[in-house]
Design a protein around this ligand. Structure first.
Ligand code: ATP
Ligand code: MG
Length: 206
């Protein structure tokens, strides 16, 4: 078993399970939390993540399939590829592949939202491109069952901040084409951005 990533909340290991390449996502202890509370919190987050990921898999959204889940870990299929933030072509925002991928990311998010789920961390670091050019969504650690337009708008804002303007425009086209609810979410997005501008203005005056 080889550790391939160490994030704020979880360690990722590469392994084999049932003859398939698999990933173990283990939620690590946080020594600054009281031990019992920490364990409960990690368990709740792990269960939430596994449940949402499994549900999206069921409805055919391209997410790694959950093979096994324990109190503090999830074993899932490995995606043989890279996260979008590591791919030059996406970073530079050039080329028809980058455009296709961003528009696909938009329609993927639309499907997730239509199922009453927000991702919570929808950035290029949590989208993966596999060797066959297929796009996958990973990391449901901050996801929630919700139908709030605000939660959904926040997913879009995160992506907006993680790519350039041109790619964002293709992303949003994919999103709008993928859901009938786009209108209310985009309205909320504008409202949040207006609020943000207002806050920075008042803060800088004060
Ligand atoms: N199913 C998978 N297949 C291949 N690589 C994966 C898979 N899941 C995670 N990874 C790799 O591990 C990295 C971290 O995983 P992930 O984004 O789920 O955790 P994290 O960001 O550390 O966690 P969290 O945001 O929940 O604290 C990813 O960026 C990716 O490189
Ligand atoms: Mg992540």
């Amino acid at each position: 078993m080889r550790k391939i990533s160490e994030g704020a909340e979880a360690c990722i290991y590469k392994t084999m399970m049932l003859g398939r390449n698999a990933i173990i996502k283990y939620r690590v202890e946080k020594s600054y939390r009281v031990m019992e509370l920490d364990s409960d919190l990690r368990e709740r987050r792990t269960r939430n993540e596994a449940r949402i990921q499994a549900e999206l898999y069921e409805i055919g959204v391209r997410v790694p399939s959950v093979m096994l889940a324990g109190r503090h870990f999830i074993v899932m299929n490995e995606v043989a590829g890279e996260t979008l933030n590591k791919i030059k072509m996406i970073e530079s925002g050039r080329g028809s592949t980058a455009i296709r991928i961003m528009s696909e990311a938009g329609s993927l998010l639309a499907r997730i939202h239509d199922h009453g789920i927000s991702h919570g961390d929808f950035t290029t670091a949590n989208l993966m491109l596999d060797r066959n050019g297929r796009l996958w969504v990973i990391d449901f650690g901050l996801s929630a069952f919700t139908n709030s337009a605000e939660d959904k708008a926040l997913d879009i804002i995160l992506m907006k901040r993680s790519v350039g303007e041109k790619l964002y425009s293709h992303f949003i086209k994919g999103y709008v084409g993928g859901t009938a609810e786009a209108g209310s979410v985009l309205k909320k997005l504008e409202e949040i951005e207006r609020r943000g501008r207002y806050q920075t203005r008042t803060l800088s005056v004060g």
